[in-house]
Write a protein that binds this ligand. Structure first.
Ligand code: MLT
Length: 214
């Protein structure tokens, strides 16, 4: 049976086995990270769902009560929904589940971190751009073998560096191999970090090709 894909999404076929699961930030949509994804990996398939929560007209992946204060019940439900969508899309589009890399920005990075902590079998590789601790798990998941690159902004007023550092510690405490880098930047991404993330991704699968940012 063909699984039902519960999220509106963009699907852009690629020419390698890799898939980037692109997770936009608050106020973005399924188109926001397509160009970035294509730069990160010119051959990957791009799978880009649209967040299902509206906040004053801005799309997000889960509800929050205030900036950085999350609705934990909603986060749990939406995390499971997105994890299930990812599995269903892998089946529908015959993607290699082991080659799905989450690339999340801000709210999208936070739900990717939440999937890693709650549904660790669904995602094994992730690039988290401006992420924070989404919730504290009661027991640590088993993330041995998972590989995670984290990019933070030293002057980010929305995601404090200390919070991103706590996330890096949490994920590495669960066994993941974590690379966390901080840049002279605020909440917006820099070209430097995208080049580094691109290089890191390329090192994971050296037989895929590489393009240059700007
Ligand atoms: C969140 O709500 O996930 C974070 O505060 C980041 C944001 O989306 O502004």
């Amino acid at each position: 049976m063909i699984p039902d894909l519960s999220f509106i999404h963009r699907f852009v076929p690629g020419s390698s086995e890799g898939t980037l699961l692109l997770l936009h930030g608050t106020g973005g949509d399924e188109n926001q990270l397509l160009a970035l994804g294509r730069e990160l990996d010119p051959k990957a398939t791009l799978l880009s769902p649209r967040g299902q929560v509206q906040e004053n007209g801005s799309l997000r992946f889960f509800r929050r009560l205030a900036e950085g204060v999350f609705d934990m019940d909603d986060l749990e439900e939406r995390t499971n929904d997105l994890a299930d969508f990812t599995l269903a899309a892998a089946e529908r589009y015959t993607l290699n589940p082991a080659r799905i890399v989450a690339v999340g920005y801000s709210n999208g990075a936070n739900i990717a971190a939440s999937i890693l902590l709650r549904r660790p079998k669904v995602l094994r590789t992730a690039i988290l751009l401006r992420a924070m601790v989404p919730f504290m798990p009661e027991t640590l998941p088993d993330l041995r073998g998972a590989q995670i690159w984290i990019g933070g902004g030293k002057q980010d007023a929305i995601i404090p560096r200390a919070n991103t550092e706590r996330l890096a510690e949490l994920l590495s405490g669960a066994g993941a191999e974590v690379t966390a880098r901080f840049f002279d930047a605020g909440h917006a991404l820099t070209n430097t970090e995208l080049v580094l993330a691109q290089r890191w991704l390329k090192e994971r699968w050296p037989n895929d090709s590489l393009t240059n940012f700007g």
